[in-house]
Structure formats: structure tokens, C-alpha cells
Design a protein. Sequence first.
Length: 286
Amino acid sequence: MGFLKALFSGKEDDEKSQKEVENAKNFDVLKYDGVRALRTNQNDYAVKCFTHALDIQDDLEVRDYLSQAYIRIGEFDLACRQLKFLAERQPDNLPLLIRFASVYYMMEDYDSMLKICEKAILLDENSAETLYYFARAYIGKGNMNDAVEALTKTISFNAEYYDAYLLRSETYLKCGELEKADKDILFLLNIIEDNEDILILKARIERAKENAAEAISYYDKVIAANPFNVTAFRERGELKIKSGDMEGGQDDFDTANEYDTQGEESSEDIEEKVKEAYQNINPMGL
């Protein structure tokens, strides 16, 4: 009897061992295929691979990859579930918390974003990136003064954090602080001459100063850097019409409509802007 028990017990142990080896092999294959899919932007397939891998074995690295895949396909709630699980087990992982904050930013959940930033800043009070995300959250909540303060601290910790200069300039512009906005943007223009975002913000600052010709010249530079920039054509068109150049403005609107493959504005929206611009320069309709 003891002999038979030992015989069957040994057989069960062998089967269990073989199953574990098979599971480990399948896990590795799924993880490898998922990483490869993630690197080649096959994000839906990556999600399937990582999900099946986790069915076999829980693994923090796979959960990390899965969160990235969910972010890429816009499944932010699912990404947050994975990031929350990871953050509970890796509370000292600053890059993870910053990614978590970026997901909340994309979800426009600024209160949750601030809470994550508060956790992140406790890990490194001099983290320029965390302060930058603080600023983004403050802007989302309409707290412009706090945003400017956070961006100023960001720059003090990293003088080459050029995105912080750009965002602070945008924030100053929203607040009507045109000279301060211009100071930041001129600093950036001295370093990076042909960046579309910098040039278009400079154009908007000049437009706010009512320097139409100067603003148009910067929109020209944006379009020279990227001949398919719909926003530049649209905003330049508005300015041209307000300046009396009806034909040039209409041409810009037509080009914006032609290039607007992303659906930023329908043709009806552009036509409405043309009518509004005409009314602004000729309110009596004469």
C-alpha cells in the first residue's frame, strides 16, 4: 500500500512540476510578445499578451507594461487600476507616481492629480518634474497664481526645463501679464528658433499686444516650420481679415479646412469664424 501511494504521489509531483515549467514558459512568451508589441505600437495585442501573462503569474513589471499599453489606447481608468496597484507596492517609485499624475491629467481629474503630486513631492522636494505637474493641475483648477509659483520653482531647480518656461508664458498670457509672457518666450526663442509651439505662442502674445503685423510674421514662421499647421493658418486668417486682407484671410481659412484632417474644426466652424471676423471689421454690414 505504501509503495502504491509513493508511486502515485511521485507521478502527481512530476505532473505538477511539468505544469509549472509549462506555465513559466508560457508566461515568458506572453511577456516577451507583449513587450515587442508595445515597442511596435501594436497596443491592443500588447494588452492581450500582458493580461494573459498575469492570469498565469502576478508580476509587477508586467503590470507596469500593461499600464503603459492601456494609456496608449486611451483606457485611462484601467491604467489607473494598474498604477494604483503598483504604487501601493512601490510607494518610493517617483517615476511611477509622475506617470500616475500624467494619466490623471489626461483624464482632467485635477484633484486626484494633486494628491499624487503631493505624494511625489514627499519623495523628492526638489523634483522639477513633480512641480511641473503641480502647475498643470493648478492650471486645470484655474489657480493661475499657484501654477506660476510652481513653474518658477521648477525652473529654479532645472534651468533647462524649457517646457516650464513655455507653460509659464502661456499662463502669464492667460492672466494678461503680456510683458512677463514675452520675457519667457523670448528666452526660449534665443535657444530654440524654429519650434512651432514657441513661435505660435509668440504670435499670440503679439496679437494680444495688438501688433497684428508682428503676429502675422510669427505665424509665417510657424507655417515655414510646418506647412500643415492648421492652427497657424486659422489664426493668421483671422488676423488678416481683421487687418483688411479679406482674400488672404479667406485663403488661410480654406487651407486650414483642407489640412484639418484631425477634425479640429468643421467647415461650418471655419465659415462661422470668417463671418465673425468680417463683422468685427465691418459691424454695420456695409
